[in-house]
Each structure stands twice: as structure tokens, then as C-alpha cells.
Design a protein around this ligand. Structure first.
Ligand code: BG6
Length: 458
């Protein structure tokens, strides 16, 4: 059973732009459902779904895979507006004010942008101009903006978007979501590293020979043709989720496991990732596209990758020379997100250990040890010491990442969100590859295969 927790969250109005979209249906609404079901949100909390159509809340719930609780039904309403029309924002502001008047309290205002990334800038500008960045009229409460990745399209557009958003919202009001950071198994990497002294002293180039961070998916693009065509695997997964995991795996120990020290430490190491020289991209990066993708997106010339693999190095004394490979792909033979940290003895290739963080599925951690096989002759084998979440906890006992995202935004905890500097650092890391790939052909691979492979980087 899930532990019963009491979070004492303040009342909030959670306004979701794009509530009828794919992300909201797949992740956000189920997460809100769970939070309502567990009674974790303050009882005055309201959800306002912004849509340009006529969808009603009841229709939303009919389409969902869950049975919405009476509380969720009662506290969710829809608001129809056109995102290009300033008058809609004024009317929305009036609605939020009216909700607070009705409830008789000031409420934290949370705006969740679950809309195409190209729409962020104009929507944020109109929100700011029409006063949606202000807080409660009668007292004090917080106003927060949640934005989904990708934040920007490349380094230049990310810089522009950060500047634009900063005109209307302070950095402490902006929550850039990376739902991988909110996965229990990713958070556990920090605990594993910094609360188990037997590993931390060996966590460097003197002992570690390579690190592989991979997120393989069996699914294709699942009807998200427009989104995916303009994004591709490098932006969709490596620039955000995998670079963030790289930061967690390689950063120096922060002064404490609080938000600011963690961000500082992560930022430092991300800034030390070597920017791939243009003439090395071909050997350090591989891209591919699954067969059939071009039909799916109805673009016979599509140059968008559904598979990307990139090897980087970190220019600091701790990690100099250790290849770190980030790989992701859709339409592959398995669904597996994992971090492999390999240790090899410098004089003995057979003396190897591997630590594997199984992010999903089969969540857990494995450590391969070399052991002697029983018998008269000396033979060895790799044996895994394994820790599985499923042996320790029933699956319902840990939170889905989007539940955590919503709870942290409501309680104002920035730890698991990406800072502006981290976002820029990760665009800097992928930018030379984006530039080179613009002029390069793709390899194709069969759906259900292992993909085109990883780089043989030097
Ligand atoms: C999203 C990507 O960020 O993560 C999707 O845009 C991907 O392409 C999804 O399918 C995977 O998330 P999860 O939590 O299901 O592994």
C-alpha cells in the first residue's frame, strides 16, 4: 500500500492550456485524478481547462482511462478562448478572480502550458500583457508558470524564449518540466551516489571506463506527427531527459540535497561537457529513422531522426577521457531506460564491474560482480547483485512522475525542474550536432530492431 502522506498543500487554481491535447490526456489528467483520489490536493483546489473548442469537462472524463472522482468532477471546469485573442486572457483573469471570491481565499495560480512549443512565446507575452502573471487580488499567493520541454528549438531560440519569459515572470515563478527528473528511479541515483560511501570514492575516470545512458522505446510517434516532425529524437529526448540524467550521474557532491546546491552542482558539470567539434560530429553521433516513419508523417522527404546517439566527454579532472554515450530511439526492439556505469581494472580486462540503474521498466539497481565459478578449474562469471523496486514496494506505492511535477509546482519546490542555465547548457551540448545533421542523410532501420547502433567515438 502507498504510505499515507499529508502534504498540507495550499489551495491552488491549476489552469491547463491545451487540456484536450495528447500530453494532457496521457499524463496530466491521470496524474490529477490520482492526486484527487488520494486527497493530496487542498479541498479548495480547482482545475481550469483552457480550450478553443467546445469540449466539456464531462466529455474529457468520458475519453479518459480512469473513472474521475466526484471531487475531480466537481472542481474541474472548462474555459473557452482563442490563444491569439487578448480579450480571452482578460476574461480568464476575471474567471480566476471570481473563483477566489467564491472560495473566499487567495489561491496559488499555476499555469500549465501543454501547448505546442512554438506557441509558448506569444502565449506568455499575452499572459503578461493581460496581467495573468499577477497574483491574488486580495492578499498574497504565488503565481507560477509550468512549461513542458522542449524549451526552445535550438540554442538561439531558447535564449530568446528565456529572455521573453523573463520579461513577465521571475525565474522563481518558472517551472521547466523534465518529467524524467521526477521519476523515483532518477532521484534515487543521487541517494545511491551520495549516501553509499563505498561507491562515491570510485566515481571518477580512474575507475570508470564508460557511461551509457539510454532510453529505448518500442512505440513509434503515436500520431504526434506535427510535433515530432519538427523536433526529432535529439531534441525530444537527449537535449532534455538524457542530459539531465548525465548531470545527476556525473556532478560533484552538492553541499546538501536541497534545490539550490543540486542545481549549482549540476550546472557546473553541464558547463564542462566538451562541445563536440564540428569535424568530430560524424564519429561521435549517429542518427536513424525507422522504416515507415515517412508514411506516418506524410512527408516522403522527412529528414527527422527517430533514433539518436551521441558520445560526449567532460573536461574536468574527474571525468577527462571517459566516453559518455546518450542514446534514444523509437520503434526499437525493447522499452528500456537505463544508465550503465562500467568499471574495468587497468591491468586486467576480465576484472570488470558494472553498475546499472534501471530507470524503467523493472525499476531497480544492479551491480555486476566477477565471481569464481565453483569447480577445480579457475573460471569466472559475472553475477548481478540486484535491487528491485518490485521486491521492496508494490508499484502503486511510488508516485507517477507527473503527480510529483504537479505537487512540487503547487508547493513551490524547484529541485526537479530545469533552470534556465541548465536548459542553455544542454542546447549548447546538442547544437553542433543539430547543425551538422541539417546537411546529412539518415540511416533507416526496421521497426522492432535494435536501431543503427552507437557511435565508435574517439
Ligand atoms: C516525452 C517525449 O518527453 O517522453 C516522448 O516527448 C516520450 O516522445 C516520453 O515517449 C516518454 O516518457 P515516459 O515517461 O513514458 O518514458
Amino acid at each position: 500500500m502507498k504510505q499515507t502522506v499529508k502534504l498540507d498543500l495550499e489551495p491552488a487554481i491549476i489552469t491547463i492550456f491545451g487540456i484536450t491535447g495528447d500530453l494532457s490526456q496521457r499524463y496530466l489528467l491521470p496524474a490529477l485524478h490520482q492526486l484527487f483520489k488520494e486527497g493530496l490536493l487542498d479541498e479548495k483546489t480547482r482545475v481550469v481547462g483552457v480550450t478553443r473548442g467546445d469540449t466539456t469537462a464531462e466529455q474529457l472524463f468520458e475519453k479518459a482511462d480512469f473513472e474521475a472522482s466526484p471531487a475531480m468532477r466537481e472542481r474541474t471546469s472548462m474555459f473557452k478562448m482563442n490563444l491569439d485573442d487578448p480579450a480571452g486572457y482578460t476574461a480568464l483573469l476575471q474567471k480566476l478572480n471570481a473563483i477566489e471570491d467564491e472560495e473566499g481565499v487567495c489561491m496559488n495560480r499555476i499555469y500549465y502550458l501543454s501547448i505546442p512549443p512554438q506557441a509558448y512565446s506569444p502565449v506568455i507575452e499575452l499572459m503578461g500583457e493581460q496581467g495573468l502573471n499577477q497574483s491574488c487580488q486580495h492578499g498574497t499567493a504565488m503565481t507560477r508558470l509550468l512549461v513542458e520541454k522542449p524549451f526552445g528549438y535550438d540554442l538561439a531560440s531558447a535564449e530568446a524564449l528565456i529572455a521573453e519569459t523573463g520579461r513577465f515572470f521571475g525565474e522563481d515563478q518558472i517551472y521547466r518540466i523534465d518529467h524524467y527528473m521526477a521519476k523515483e528511479t532518477v532521484q534515487n541515483i543521487l541517494t545511491f551516489r551520495f549516501k553509499n560511501p563505498i561507491f562515491e570514492d570510485l566515481w571518477n575516470k580512474d575507475h570508470i571506463t564508460s557511461i551509457e545512458i539510454s532510453a529505448k522505446e518500442k512505440i513509434g510517434i503515436e500520431g504526434r506527427a506535427n510535433f515530432y516532425e519538427s523536433i526529432g529524437a535529439l531534441r525530444d529526448f537527449i537535449q532534455s531527459h538524457l542530459v539531465q540524467i548525465l548531470g545527476i550521474v556525473t556532478m560533484d557532491e552538492p553541499d546538501s540535497l536541497d534545490s539550490d546546491p543540486i542545481h549549482r552542482s549540476k550546472q557546473t558539470v553541464l558547463d564542462q561537457v566538451e562541445i563536440v567539434p564540428a569535424d568530430k560530429v560524424a564519429e561521435r553521433a549517429v542518427r536513424g529513422q525507422y522504416e515507415g516513419y515517412r508514411n506516418e508523417v506524410a512527408n516522403p522527404d522527412s529528414n527527422t531522426e527517430t533514433y539518436a546517439s551521441l558520445t560526449v566527454y567532460i573536461n574536468n579532472p574527474r571525468w577527462q577521457g571517459v566516453p559518455i554515450t546518450m542514446t534514444t530511439g523509437k520503434g526499437l526492439d525493447e522499452r528500456k531506460t537505463e544508465v550503465k556505469v562500467s568499471f574495468t581494472h587497468e591491468d586486467d580486462d576480465d576484472a570488470r564491474n558494472e553498475v546499472r540503474f534501471r530507470i524503467q521498466p523493472n525499476e531497480g539497481i544492479e551491480v555486476d560482480l566477477v565471481t569464481k565459478k565453483p569447480g577445480y578449474n579457475y573460471e569466472t562469471q559475472a553475477t548481478a547483485m540486484s535491487y528491485s523496486y518490485s521486491d521492496e514496494f508494490v508499484s502503486s506505492s511510488y508516485n507517477n512522475a507527473y503527480e510529483r511535477v504537479i505537487v512540487d509546482a503547487v508547493r513551490g519546490d524547484h529541485t526537479l525542474f530545469a533552470s534556465a542555465e541548465e536548459v542553455l547548457a544542454s542546447w549548447r551540448i546538442v547544437q553542433p550536432v543539430l547543425d551538422a545533421w541539417r546537411h546529412e542523410d539518415l540511416k533507416t532501420y526496421k521497426s522492432g530492431s535494435r536501431g543503427p547502433g552507437e557511435p565508435n567515438a574517439t
